[in-house]
Design a protein. Sequence first.
Length: 158
Amino acid sequence: MGATGIAFRGRIDRLDEDGSRGTAIITDYKAGAAPERKKTIVFNRGTELQRVFYALAARSLLPEVRNVESRLTYLRHEPARTLSLVHDELAAAIEEAITFTAAGVELQRNGQVAPGPQPEFFDPISLALPSDLDVYRRTKQRPFSQVNSPLSKLWSSP
């Protein structure tokens, strides 16, 4: 899609388009609570990339749209809490997502795919994990970090 050179599939939770004003608002609904951070949430260590990709899709597929707002709406709050990316902040996030995508594609094409950071939780039904996961992660941490260096900024992003 667009400048990424790869095709994406997915479903936007909500798209409000006003053709007469050239605007689009993309909303991604979240069942949980909003993060308590004071900083703007952009990628959230890669877990919120879809919101930025949705904005890229709107920009690519709706050429008459000049202004895009991309929102995360957390429904656990009363009233729901919405975090938005707009204007220069959204444009910068899209450019950064394109860079991360290109880096990920290059890693895959070179056969250098390595896992990202350790997940926040352990899934006990995961298959094919080493018997001593902690030793495995310590042993592989440096090579994984080297391979994933083009994506390290994504894994640590707010």
